[in-house]
Each structure stands twice: as structure tokens, then as C-alpha cells.
Design a binder for this molecule. Structure first.
Ligand SMILES: NC(=O)c1ccc[n+]([C@@H]2O[C@H](COP(=O)([O-])OP(=O)(O)OC[C@H]3O[C@@H](n4cnc5c(N)ncnc54)[C@H](O)[C@@H]3O)[C@@H](O)[C@H]2O)c1
Ligand SMILES: [Zn+2]
Length: 300
């Protein structure tokens, strides 16, 4: 199972027959109807918007090696490669539209059933769908930060600056990897010009948490607190391979808070889940809303 060797899922049993799936949906609806749901979402919630995930159904190894913090900060060539590929790849993410899954989560929040959404995604689609209390655990591709003065600026402004610095540059995108990483030929990358912070000349980094980097402690603490108050932790579209999200599932399990998981394929959190659902998120969450009926509100 490659990098999922520590996973303990029950893959076979999760291929539910339709009746069992319906029974499962009713059970899930019962849990959600009690309210105080905290959602923990991952890349799988955005695949129906055309943004690829990392691991896919089998939990197999990544198709693309993501940039690490150490590589990014340690090498000018790595930064050039990152920004050249991201300059084109970001458009793909920025153009993506929320899907039924994001909309259903926002609707559950609007109905007062969901009290908070922890997303591991950096695409902003949950907010675009009308999500309010969204914690971007791994930041957002929409913002850029200076590694020297710490100032955060908009990605759109950087996009204009990069375009201006690379007027004569063009490249052919052969594929889009997760996190807005467009695949380009090495020769194309070599002639790309990177720009630095306008204020201090420092290095710019997207305001996302790279692999090898820690999520700011205050943000982690906020997520622990949110999870600790939850009546249900609902995991949507995450393999939970990354400890960063998985730790909240462990936290909930330790506190006896029920965990439900909707994900195509195994997750590392399956052993902690009261309900697991192996099905596509858009249709499943839409069916869940229908099962809950119109305008159900949590009795608080
Ligand atoms: N959209 C994004 O912003 C984005 C995209 C890729 C990766 N990332 C980053 O990469 C890391 C990856 O961890 P992760 O656990 O979020 O992703 P992951 O790729 O490890 O897991 C995604 C899971 O979702 C499942 N899935 C895919 N499409 C689905 C669908 N339509 N319905 C139900 N399940 C579906 C997959 O089978 C897989 O098990 C995160 O830290 C995140 O920051 C973000
Ligand atoms: Zn600066």
C-alpha cells in the first residue's frame, strides 16, 4: 500500500450494496441532525471542481512530488521552478468553481448544523460556495507572504507583477498537478523571472503550508478547540495520510466524539469512524441534505 502502510481500513466491507448505503445515509443523517458538526475537508472535496487530489482512491503514492519548505527556501532554482509552474497553474485553481459538495456543506452551515469547517484545501472553494466559519489549515493560494517582513499580499497583484516581468515568456502546460502546479518543460522554467517583495526585497512564498513546514500553532489550537466542542467530526474527501488533518480525528476519537467519513477509498481514520461512506461527495452530500429534509435546524 505504499505510503499508506500504517492505514487500517476495511476496504472490502465498505463497498456497500445500495440498501446498505441507504441505511448508512440515514444513520449519517441522524448524526448530522443533532448539530454541532465540525467538517474536516480535504482534496477529495474539490476533485469534482476539476482540481486533482494527491492520492486518489487506492491511497497510492503521489503522482507529483510536492514542493517542500526546505527545497523552496534553500534554492533559487527551486523557487524559479515553483513560481513558473504556479504562475500558469494558479489560473487553473482560480478559475475553478465550487461544486455540489461545497454547496451542501455551506447549506448545512446555513441550517445551523455545521459549526465550523476545517479545510486542508488551499483553493478557497468552500468560501466561494458560501462557507462562513472556514479555517484554512494549510493556508490559501490566494495570498502570498514575504519570508523576511512577513507581509501578506494578494496573489492577483503578484500575478500582474510576474506577468510584467515575463512579457516575452510563454510555456506549454502539459498537465496540472495538485496545488496549482502546472507541468512545464525544464527549458521553459529556466527563462522565467521571479520577483521579490516590493517592500523589503525578501523572498515571496505562497501563503500555504508546504510539506516539511508546521501549521502555525494558534491555528492548530483553534482546530483542536473546535474539534473538542464538536458533536460529530465529519471528514470529507481526505485520505488523512497527512498527520496535519489526521490528528483532529485522533483527538475526536480520544474524547469519544463520533467520527463519520465520506471518502472514496481507504483513509487512515477509518478505524476511528462510527460511519464510513465510500462514495462521491457531490451526490452523497446532496442526498444527505435530502435525507435531512428542508430547513432542518439543530435543536440547541
Ligand atoms: N484542492 C486543494 O486545495 C488541494 C488539492 C490537492 C492537495 N492539497 C493539499 O494536499 C494535502 C492532501 O491531503 P488530503 O487528505 O486533503 O488529500 P488526498 O489526496 O490525500 O486524499 C483525497 C481523498 O479523497 C478521495 N476523493 C477524491 N475525489 C473524491 C470524491 N469526488 N468524492 C469522495 N472522495 C473523493 C480520494 O480517493 C482520496 O482518498 C492536503 O494537505 C492539502 O493541503 C490541496
Ligand atoms: Zn518583505
Amino acid at each position: 500500500m505504499g505510503d499508506m502502510s500504517d492505514a487500517t481500513g476495511t476496504v472490502g466491507e465498505r463497498r456497500d450494496a445500495p440498501e446498505r448505503a441507504r441505511a448508512g445515509l440515514a444513520a449519517l443523517a441522524d448524526l448530522v441532525a443533532d448539530g454541532d458538526v465540525v467538517v474536516l475537508s480535504g482534496a477529495g472535496l474539490s476533485t469534482e471542481s476539476g482540481i486533482p487530489d494527491y492520492r486518489g482512491e487506492t491511497g497510492r503514492k503521489r503522482r507529483a512530488e510536492p514542493m517542500t519548505y526546505q527545497t523552496f527556501t534553500g534554492s533559487a532554482a527551486a523557487r524559479r521552478r515553483y513560481w513558473a509552474r504556479s504562475h500558469l497553474g494558479w489560473r487553473h485553481v482560480a478559475r475553478a468553481a465550487p461544486n455540489d459538495g461545497h454547496r451542501a456543506v455551506a447549506e448545512l452551515e446555513r441550517r445551523g448544523l455545521v459549526g465550523g469547517i476545517i479545510t486542508q484545501n488551499v483553493d478557497g472553494l468552500q468560501q466561494a460556495a458560501g462557507g462562513h466559519h472556514v479555517i484554512e489549515l494549510h493556508g490559501s493560494l490566494d495570498r502570498v507572504m514575504c519570508l523576511s517582513c512577513g507581509r501578506r499580499t494578494s496573489r492577483e497583484v503578484l500575478d500582474e507583477r510576474l506577468a510584467a516581468a515575463n512579457r516575452a515568456w510563454s510555456a506549454e502546460v502539459s498537465a496540472i498537478n495538485p496545488d496549482g502546479d502546472a507541468v512545464l518543460a525544464d527549458e521553459e522554467v529556466a527563462s522565467f523571472r521571479v520577483v521579490d517583495c516590493v517592500d523589503c526585497g525578501g523572498l515571496l512564498k505562497p501563503d500555504v503550508v508546504f510539506f516539511g513546514e508546521n501549521v502555525p500553532k494558534s491555528r492548530v489550537d483553534e482546530c483542536y478547540a473546535l474539534t473538542g466542542r464538536a458533536g460529530l467530526l465529519l471528514v470529507l474527501g481526505s485520505s488523512l495520510t497527512v498527520l496535519s488533518g489526521y490528528r483532529f480525528v485522533r483527538h475526536a476519537a480520544r474524547l469519544g466524539i463520533p467520527v463519520a467519513i465520506i471518502n472514496q477509498g481507504v483513509t487512515r481514520g477509518d478505524e476511528h469512524a462510527l460511519v464510513t461512506f465510500d462514495a462521491p461527495l457531490g451526490p452523497t452530500l446532496t442526498a444527505l441534505l435530502a435525507e435531512l429534509g428542508d430547513g432542518s435546524f439543530a435543536s440547541r
